[in-house]
Design a protein around this ligand. Sequence first.
Ligand code: MF3
Ligand code: CO
Ligand code: CO
Length: 258
Amino acid sequence: MAIEIKSSKDIEKMRTAGRLAAEVLDIIKPHVRAGVSTAELDRLCHKYIVNDLDSIPAPLNYLGFPKSICTSVNNVVCHGIPSDKLLKKGDIVNIDITVIKDGYHGDTSKMFIVGKPSVKAQRICRVAQECMYIGIKKVKPGIRLGEIGRAIGAHAIKNNCSVVRDYCGHGIGLKFHSEPQVLHYDDGKVDQSPILEEGMTFTIEPMINLGGHEVSTSIVDGWTVTTKDRSLSAQWEHTILVTNNGHEILTIRDEEFL
Ligand code: MF3
Ligand code: CO
Ligand code: CO
């Protein structure tokens, strides 16, 4: 199956969806504090997406997911379900937002550190963000898709961290998840991976662990993915467009410098 090339009309709509998803991460920022529940963060994001952005929260009912955002705390790698459990000082939490506007998806996530960050917390969040940016920097027409994962994996190893292999980035557009699978590590098949072309859109969303790369999925809720060794995990995500000479980060926020 081929990777879809977006038309300029598609791209305009992807830009809008991406901008709106980024906006949700901006508005939720002041609410991510000790004592707030992740369910409350979910309600705030849901309301903002539906009422202010006139958009749809893509996770809600997606393959049965019960909430509008994912909130993944500490050793939770991804797909954490918002709950009544309160955030406390020292927690790290990934908030993952996907909005649908005019049929098109924008998908982005970032880490928040609650209260005064521990050295470990700060390190894993920083390394994961660096991994994402290093992957993004590679993106231009003519490179192999696998070069993204190779660069990310090398940075993680250099920092004594591991890359989750069971989940990857994905093509995105009218569908939430489509081809290609964007690996965040070197699977040894970089030279067989597709060549990037202008008009492709996909996410880069490395999940980086302080310990080993192995993960397990909760048999209780069927969603929550945790590190097997209970080590901290961090993830950052952007939706990327391949342009004629490089890339555009469709979900970029004002607080970023790139
Ligand atoms: N937003 C996640 C991603 O980056 C997917 C969440 S799927 C859900 O691909 F069902 F858990 F919401
Ligand atoms: Co994604
Ligand atoms: Co996401």
